[in-house]
Design a protein around this ligand. Structure first.
Ligand code: BDP
Length: 735
């Protein structure tokens, strides 16, 4: 039980006296800044209720919740906050029925049932101080109640977010629970601290100094994740290294698990399928071999001895050179089930990725996952989830939703989004991804009639599945700003918020994030929101409009390379755009690869013909003639030119809008974003000019009048060799 002594946070109060300007603004604080509320009405309202905290309990999670609440309120209220154990007028009372004597007596059981294991209830309670007398006064409390300690922590973060957003107290009551069970980050981090597709410095995990050294940054990472409801983290790259499973390394993993546990975050590892051969003495990794099965069981037992709440394994198998069950003529289900059996006694799970394609070049690579996985529906053990990328290809700026969603009714399908922007400008381009995530989550699969959205597949409601999950490939590294640039933080934030509740809107999430990260000034919020909300479409337009995909340069995937045609065909650009003198695009209708057949019958007609297909995915589904009329009345060629130029114009508009904010946000971060936008504008032109000049060699049509001429001839772009820095090329020559 929490000690009744009044604890004053003197240190906190002292810290508040240090002027904010004494610290350079570098973005380290993310959205957890807790800057003082300046609206005087709101401040008075908040001070009356939130200057006292009654949050008893000594579990590590409740301690974190109490500290966070005190820290947040101190910052927001700009005054001292006391932690007490007795009720007096005006206070926050937080806890579970088991940890707080008050909560147990409040009759919240119906709401708590609704909140479930991770959710919370926020209620306003008015109590008459001395009933019966005319002088009676009402005492007001705000109650944050949950069934579990982590539910209390989520409730605390929710409450602080509401206050950051200046919500009036009457609007605070709520019952909240996450719609998706597993809300995970996938770190593609290698053991040498390099990060595959990472653009924010090194891996956060300093394996060399673990388990002894635990920098504060690990806790700050966990805090940030808990604040948006993320409850698991896969620490290692899907292109896995078996060494992660050695005893030495597992002790390091256990140290991280200990740091993250109070924040409700479990750790997971990627499992290299042939680890029994690489680490053990076995000569096979055949999932049906009894020695192999015994090896994995023993390995699982060893892991759980060190980490009793270990989450489980994520596996990339038989994909891009990774070993897997097909090496032994076994199925993906055989492989997944073997691992699932090993972790099942400990409550662990296996996330088996559907990002697979064979080493033989197919007629249409994007069809392979569906073809391989749908026959396996119903054959996976209950603790297996199949993890599916949002689109059938590979995290492009725009793809249609993956046809596996809705097509495996007996198998929990996890969504895999990429938060790190491998194909959307990496660290430097401002692209807010919530509209992309929402487009996919809201897409209608039609598998059980209208309204069978991808979100309903992911949250399990479409097919009545209770095990559910969502994963985001993390964009986090050792950079001070965590994500390589200020606005990339919004994608981490938005991913977490949508994992908690896929029904939230991209604009509302942007608003919250802006108020917490930049400013509560309505004019500033409106300007930044408009920059963010248009930003992903701007990238689509200057990189891959009208359903084009995969026309980036080889290897680093950063700049344009529509001419790339060397090596394995389905890794080239020409395989995907299929430009020729008649037109451009990949025919996936019945006259082509017939990939449209993988969608529900009710959807197929809309993809079947160019004139019934949404223009945003037109060239994904069809090869279209250069002179075909688009909805705008322009020919396809002219429309392509128009879109590419529109993309660049949008970036310029973003630059102007951002400039208008100078002086309204801190200079350091303003300047940082300003210089990133300058890079983005230059590189948007690079994409536009290189790509249009290249496609012009097929269309043989002039650029319509009125558009800016390319700065260089095509040969200039094709011969550019840009030095690679942190995975991505800096190209000083393009101006
Ligand atoms: C692609 C990445 C590659 C990943 C692969 C995957 O380019 O680095 O290993 O996806 O998801 O997007 O496995």
């Amino acid at each position: 039980m929490y000690s009744p002594t009044v604890v004053r946070y003197l240190l906190g109060a002292l810290l508040m006296l240090v002027p904010a300007c004494a610290r350079a603004e570098d973005g380290y604080d993310l959205w957890l800044r807790y800057r003082p509320v300046t609206d005087s009405t709101r401040l008075a309202e908040y001070r009356a209720l939130f200057s006292r905290i009654i949050l008893p309990g000594e579990s590590a999670t409740l301690r974190v919740a109490r500290e966070e609440l005190a820290r947040g309120l101190r910052g927001l209220l700009g005054s001292a906050v006391t932690i007490e154990s007795t009720s007096g007028s005006g206070a926050i009372i937080a806890g579970t029925p088991a940890t707080s004597p008050y909560i147990g007596r409040m009759g919240l059981s119906r709401e708590l049932d609704e909140a479930g294991p991770e959710g919370f209830v926020i209620r306003r309670i008015l109590v008459r101080a001395s009933s019966g007398t005319l002088a009676s006064s009402e005492m007001q409390y705000l109650v944050v109640a949950a069934n579990s300690d982590v539910g209390v922590l989520y409730g605390v973060f929710h409450l602080l977010r509401q206050l950051e957003n200046l919500r009036p107290i009457v609007q605070l009551p709520v019952v909240e629970h996450p719609r998706v069970g597993l809300r995970l980050l996938n770190h593609w981090d290698n053991l040498d601290r390099s990060v595959e597709r990472g653009y924010a410095g090194l891996s956060l995990w300093d394996w060399a100094s673990l388990p002894d050294s635990i920098p504060q940054r690990y806790r700050d990472y966990a805090r940030a994740n808990a604040s948006i409801g993320i409850n698991g983290t896969v620490l290692t790259n899907v292109n896995a290294n078996a060494r992660a499973l050695t005893p030495d390394h597992l002790r390091k993993v256990a140290a991280l698990a200990n740091v993250f546990r109070p924040y409700g975050i479990k750790v997971y590892l990627t499992a290299r399928f042939n680890a029994p051969m690489e680490l053990g003495v076995l000569t096979t990794a055949d999932p049906l071999d009894s020695a192999v099965r015994a090896w994995w069981k023993a390995k699982a037992d060893e892991i759980y001895r060190l980490i009793p709440d270990f989450g489980g394994f994520l596996v990339k198998a038989n994909s891009e050179g990774q070993p897997g069950p097909q090496d032994y003529k076994r199925t993906h289900a055989d492989g997944a089930n073997m691992l699932a059996e090993a972790v099942a006694p400990h409550g662990g799970i296996v996330m088996w990725r559907a990002f697979v394609y064979s080493s033989e070049v197919p007629v249409d690579r994007i069809k392979q996952a569906y073809d391989e996985f749908t026959p396996l529906d119903g054959t996976f053990l209950p603790n297996v989830l199949v993890q599916v990328k949002n689109g059938p290809l590979d995290f492009q700026p725009r793809e249609p939703f993956h046809p596996l969603f809705g097509a495996m009714p007996k198998t929990p399908l996890m969504m895999e989004f990429q938060v790190t922007k491998e194909y959307l400008g990496q660290d430097s381009h401002l692209a807010y991804l919530a509209p992309l995530f929402k487009e996919v989550l809201d897409a209608d699969t039609w598998r059980a009639g209208r309204g069978s959205t991808v979100a309903k597949v992911v949250d399990g409601s479409l097919h009545g599945l209770s095990r559910t999950g969502i994963a985001g490939v993390a964009n986090i590294g050792t950079d001070r700003d965590w994500t390589g640039s200020q606005f990339n933080q919004a994608n981490w934030y938005a991913y977490g918020r949508l994992a908690w509740n896929p029904a939230l809107s991209a604009a509302d999430i942007a608003d919250e994030w802006i108020r917490m990260t930049w400013s509560r000034d309505p004019a500033v919020v409106t300007t930044i929101r408009s920059i963010m909300m248009g930003s992903r479409e701007a990238v689509v337009n200057y990189m891959t409009p009208l359903g084009l995909v995969h026309i980036m340069a080889e290897g680093h995937h950063y700049g344009p390379g529509p001419w790339h045609s060397r090596g394995r065909p389905d890794w080239t650009s020409t395989y995907y755009h299929r430009a020729d003198s008649t037109g451009i695009g990949f025919d996936r209708s019945v006259t082509g690869s017939n990939a449209i057949e993988q969608y529900a019958p009710a959807l197929r007609p809309s993809f079947a013909r160019p004139d019934s297909t949404d223009e945003s995915v037109l060239l994904w589904f069809h090869h279209v003639g250069w002179d075909t009329r688009m909805r705008s009345g322009r020919t396809l060629w002219n429309e392509l030119v128009h879109r590419y130029h529109g993309g660049v114009d949008s970036v310029r508009a973003m630059q102007r809008a951002w400039s208008s904010l100078r002086g309204t946000v801190d200079n350091e971060r303003h300047a940082a974003v300003d210089s990133m936008l300058a890079i983005q504008e230059r590189e948007a032109r690079w994409w536009r000019d290189a790509t249009l000049l290249y496609f012009q060699t097929f269309s043989n049509r002039p650029f319509p009048p009125g558009y800016e001429a390319p700065a260089h001839p095509l040969s200039f772009y094709m011969n550019l060799r840009c030095p690679v820095d942190r995975n991505r090329p800096r190209c000083p020559d393009i101006q």
